[in-house]
Ligand binder design. Structure first.
Ligand SMILES: Cc1ncc(C[n+]2csc(CCOP(=O)(O)OP(=O)(O)O)c2C)c(N)n1
Ligand code: SF4
Ligand SMILES: [Mg+2]
Length: 428
């Protein structure tokens, strides 16, 4: 199974990140892992640019916080068939050091690969807690005058099953070491000493890997805490799952969709955009389709824009991203302002927008329908009215599936009114 989709990683020529990312992919392949069973959690920095090049599940965390993110994923999926691997830089490891030590102390079943180029690469080569004494950086051009952390020593002392240090130097088998570390039960740390070509090499051109290790007082090797128990989070059996409160949706309608379709719904916060896209999603499930839904709105939930992206498909949806929608529904100026670039970038498909909005210029193959959605259903009902209008014109789902989807909601009455209001459109 090829884990790296694209061989051309985005790093500067000569950057050590190339070799570490490639070796990780090779180690996954060597272990015979399935890409659907691997979750790669990346931290901020040049290191974090790797995730879009991997074909497994990937998630990008905040700087220094990728380890607790990975732990959360592990606690949510105690199934050890799922392999959780973190990519973090030395900068992220400095910022999130306590997170690393806690995961090591508990011995949580995750693997952490530290790309240690001894400086903050992405922001221009500043010193991190891993910069060795005398190593020159942007912020310490005459050489660092403080000692560096020894991370494998710290994680080993904290209780990790497995901690190792390796370099990208000649003669090291990164793939083999990673495969060994990844298959170790419990917490495994792989610190890879490497060089940032653009800053580390620039300021320290004559430094060899051997000199570096000696100046930093670091040894390569593997340190194990044998027989250390793997952390098992306590699950309170008597607490019922919140998912149980949600009634199952049994498909009882038919659909006419034979391909994946992505729908963008853009409007104003507080005008029922998320509710309307939820009704659409439920109606699609009731009509035997697979659905993915994502919402985006500001923290001030009552002002600004609100956008939802819904994917409908007769097949499994493995990729939930949407770069350009097939259908865009825009019901307010805030929704248009937020999504204008994406909507005007459409080269095909359909746009349904309120006829009070300023005109837009998408590709010439895009069909634009302007209707009085706000006048027919009011601001709060406009999105669901427009969704109903689109579905009725395209005959993708029956209107009754929308009505059924609106049941069991505290807003059932107004939702059904909005669905009904689409009938008024042609007479306005
Ligand atoms: C909490 C926080 N502080 C600072 C930044 C700015 N920042 C972005 S990338 C980066 C450097 C990353 O260095 P490192 O983690 O070593 O990764 P590298 O770029 O070397 O691969 C910094 C400081 C940030 N994103 N978040
Ligand atoms: S700036 Fe440094 S760490 Fe970032 S890609 Fe370039 S060489 Fe690699
Ligand atoms: Mg770094």
């Amino acid at each position: 199974m090829a884990f790296q989709i694209d061989k051309s990683l985005p790093y500067c020529p000569g950057c050590g990140h190339h070799q570490i990312a490639r070796s990780t992919a090779e180690a996954f392949e060597k272990l015979g892992w399935n890409e659907k069973d691997v979750i790669l959690v990346t931290d901020i920095g040049c290191v974090g640019l790797a995730d879009r090049y991997f074909s497994c599940h990937t998630i990008h965390g905040l700087h220094g916080r990728s380890v607790p993110l990975a732990e959360g994923i592990r606690f949510g999926s105690p199934d050890t068939e799922k392999h959780i691997v973190v990519f973090i830089g030395d900068g992220g490891a400095t910022i999130g050091l306590q997170h690393l030590l806690e995961a090591a102390r508990l011995n949580v079943e995750i693997s952490v690969v530290v790309f240690n180029n001894m400086l903050y690469g992405m922001t221009g080569g500043q010193s991190s807690g891993f910069t060795p004494e005398d190593y020159k950086t942007t912020t310490e051009p005459e050489g660092s005058n403080t000692e560096n952390y020894d991370l494998p020593e710290l994680t080993h002392d904290s209780g990790a099953s497995y901690s190792c240090r390796i370099t990208t130097g000649a003669g090291e088998d990164l793939t083999e070491t990673m495969a060994e570390a990844f298959s170790e039960p419990g917490f495994s740390l792989i610190e890879v000493i490497e060089s940032c070509y653009s800053y580390g090499h620039k300021y320290n051109p004559d430094y060899t890997m051997e000199e570096l290790l000696s100046d930093a007082d670091l040894e390569t090797g593997t340190w194990r805490n044998k027989d250390k128990e793997v952390y098992q989070p306590e699950v309170k059996e008597e607490t019922p799952s919140l998912l149980k409160e949600i009634p199952d949706l049994e498909p009882s309608f038919q659909n006419s969709l034979n391909h994946k379709l992505s729908v963008l719904i853009g409007g104003s916060a507080g005008e029922g955009i998320q509710t309307a896209s939820g009704v659409l999603s439920k109606a699609a499930i009731l009509s035997d389709l697979e659905v993915a839904k994502k919402g985006e709105y500001p923290v001030t939930v009552g002002s600004g824009f609100s956008t939802a992206k819904v994917i409908l498909s007769p097949e499994n949806i493995n990729f939930t991203g949407c770069h350009s929608p097939d259908v865009a529904i825009i019901t307010s100026e805030e929704g248009l302002k937020k999504n204008r670039e994406m909507v005007e970038g459409m080269t095909q498909g359909r746009i349904y927008m309120d006829d009070s909005l300023p005109s837009i210029t998408p590709g010439s193959n895009v069909e634009i329908t302007g209707e009085s959605y706000r006048e027919a259903a009011g601001g709060k009902g406009a999105a669901l009215c427009a969704i109903t209008d689109w579905l009725s014109r395209q005959h993708i789902l029956p209107r009754d599936s929308l009505k059924r989807a609106a049941n069991n909601s505290e807003h059932t009455k107004s939702l059904k009114k909005s669905i009904q209001s689409s009938e008024k459109l042609r007479s306005i």
